[in-house]
Design a protein around this ligand. Sequence first.
Ligand SMILES: *Cc1c(COP(=O)(O)O)cnc(C)c1O
Length: 381
Amino acid sequence: MDDPAILGGPPVRPDGPPDWPMAEPAVRASLEAAIADGSWGKYQGPAVPALEEALAAFQCVPHVLTCASGTLAGEAALRALGVRAGDEVILSAYDYEANFLNVHAIGARPVLVDVDPCNANLDPDRLEAAITPTTKAILVSHLHGGIVPMSRLREIADRHGIPVLEDAAQATGATVEGRRAGSWGDVGIVSFGGSKLLSAGRGGALFTSKPELLQRARLWLSRGIQQWAALSELQACVLLPQLSRLPERTAHRRKQVVLLHDQLGDVLGLTLFENSAADCEPAYYKVGFFLDADRFGLDRELFVKAMRAEGIAFDVGFRALQMGRGASRFRAAGSLEHAETAHARVVMLHHPVLSLGPEEVEKVALAVRKTYRNAERLRGS
Ligand SMILES: *Cc1c(COP(=O)(O)O)cnc(C)c1O
């Protein structure tokens, strides 16, 4: 009974991780309405403008521009902020790789700063030392349930007159010090990719309160009378009902993470990300943990493999951006030791299981505890 699934025991979730997105009657109804009125096949229809308006209200930001992906929204945002070839853009050494590559795509240079050791997210206290006269923007992401203290970051950016791009692709619906994640940046972005909290398979959006930044992003995304790589009516139409239920769903996921945390209290070596900023409500696209292999008794790859065998969607975290890259591809601003630790230790639980009932979170905890108890046997296997 206690045999880990990887050693032939019964998996905790025999059907594997829940599928995403989940079946949703409101999405079906919205699609049927688009089929009924013919907007499914048109360039222009009611859904894209309605989504942009709803997102603006949700984010409390006046201007929204949708496009084909979160990555594209990120490049449009950097260009709108005036980043050009030869400029420097500061970002965390532990970040989504496409953000780093977007900086390269413009011909600018990524400047990497170290992370907060409590949550592997950008540490604002490292920013000041990274700023030079060629710094053109600061790019900041909230990752794996970690939240960057944005009032502190904004204070530093504003003092130096440097604009901020805030990536809320993993924190869509989160609040950061009382404001919506993505609304602290001069430009904020989200993704509607197939695994994301709001999903249309593909898609992204950019937010700003500055009309000139909206205008520049719009111009760069236009060719002639059309926007290239736009979000379609059908994509907008499946996103609208998801957006209206996002607050309730985010609150549900948050409750589930508290429950999970409570149930893992006596497991040594697996530590949930902690947030230092007050008044933060993460959205948990992923739930980030540090796995200390010595204390847990298993290395990270084997832990993930064992959890996957139990039907629980754990993965290893990101590769730190300085790892395996030539020194000409970035500049390191100071030591990146905590990012290197994150590179070696982060594991993340993917969000769909959190949308189910509390009994499913108990199964996640059960699988972790089973793996922990059997660490020695698993090591020898
Ligand atoms: C998913 C993601 C994006 C953008 O994703 P697309 O797949 O291009 O829409 C950007 N930043 C982070 C942190 C992400 O997780």
